[in-house]
Design a protein around this ligand. Structure first.
Ligand code: SAM
Length: 281
């Protein structure tokens, strides 16, 4: 008889977010397949789980996946864990689940922490309907296409993003969607947990003052056709002073000349006017 594949959620920060069942399953299975065995060892040590741990990650999944399926077919039970949160959600696991289903192996969820859902439920944005996008493509064109695809979606849209790219991503969102209400779930369940609510432009201004640090989930209000439709040209800068608008481009890597030109282009006015307004030397 085949073994069972358990998909075991682990904490996204706070170790207390481990469920009793997750601990029991991790103790009972024959093998734990982990994204990063060193990282998972820390968790296992904390819960005094001394179990065989093998690696299953993005770069070895083609070799490791079939081997895990073979072990399951032999009757071994396996728990799949990722570095943090729910396996198969922007983490390795999906392909293993598909292969297990094809091999007629029972797949059992052991639910727990997830960063996207934790942000959604605290966001104050609609939970009635939502879409999970995960990480946007890095390629600018594909990123824009992905945002365009969801531009008319009326539910909340959820993204994962690294602190290095969050300003660029929010800027892209402004350009494609206009200014929308957002919630940023930062360092959830950790010491510096922050649930920040505001608009995209407010978030960009905030990051000009305090650069983004830590792990982020972005929850964005869906298309509502009213306030956003009043700003169909993506005039995200309309709430900013000329100086704030100019500083926005500077902090995104433009030099003074480029920033001045960009502000003038956005506002459809002459560069000289912007120059005079800013008293740029
Ligand atoms: N499987 C995980 C889950 O269930 O949430 C997500 C893994 S994905 C590789 C990692 C991304 O999730 C991070 O870049 C960040 O966007 C988000 N994330 C993970 N932990 C977080 C936390 N404690 N606070 C905020 N975001 C977090």
């Amino acid at each position: 008889m085949s073994g069972t594949l358990y998909l075991v959620a682990t904490p996204i920060g706070n170790l207390e977010d481990m469920t009793f069942r997750a601990i029991r399953i991790l103790k009972e299975v024959d093998i734990i397949a982990a994204e990063d065995t060193r990282q998972t060892r820390k968790l296992l040590t904390h819960y005094e789980i001394a179990n065989r741990c093998v690696s299953y990650h993005e770069h070895n999944k083609r070799a490791s996946g079939p081997e895990l399926i073979r072990l399951l077919e032999e009757g071994q039970s396996i728990a799949l864990v990722s570095d943090a949160g729910t396996p198969a959600i922007s983490d390795p696991g999906y392909e293993l689940v598909v292969a297990a289903i094809e091999a007629d192996i029972t797949v059992v969820p052991v639910p727990g922490a997830n960063a996207a859902i934790s942000t959604l439920i605290t966001s104050g944005l609609s939970t009635e309907r939502f879409a999970f996008i995960g990480f946007l493509p890095r390629d600018k064109k594909k990123r824009k296409q992905e945002l365009e695809k969801t531009s008319g979606f009326t539910g909340t849209v959820l993204f994962y993003e690294s602190p290095h790219r969050i300003v660029e991503t929010l800027t892209h969102m402004l350009v494609v969607w206009g200014n929308r209400a957002i919630c940023l779930g930062r360092e959830l369940t950790k010491r510096h947990e922050e649930i920040w609510r505001g608009t995209i432009t407010e978030a960009l201004l905030k990051f000009e003052q305090t650069p983004p640090l830590g792990e982020f989930v972005i929850a964005v209000e869906g298309f509502n056709g009213d306030a956003q439709a009043e700003d169909p040209t993506g005039q995200w800068w309309s709430e900013l002073s000329i100086e704030e608008h100019y500083n926005h481009y500077l902090s995104n890597g433009a030099d003074r000349k480029q920033a001045l030109k960009q502000v003038a282009d956005d506002r459809g006015v002459n560069k000289k006017q912007i120059y005079a307004e800013l008293h740029v030397e």
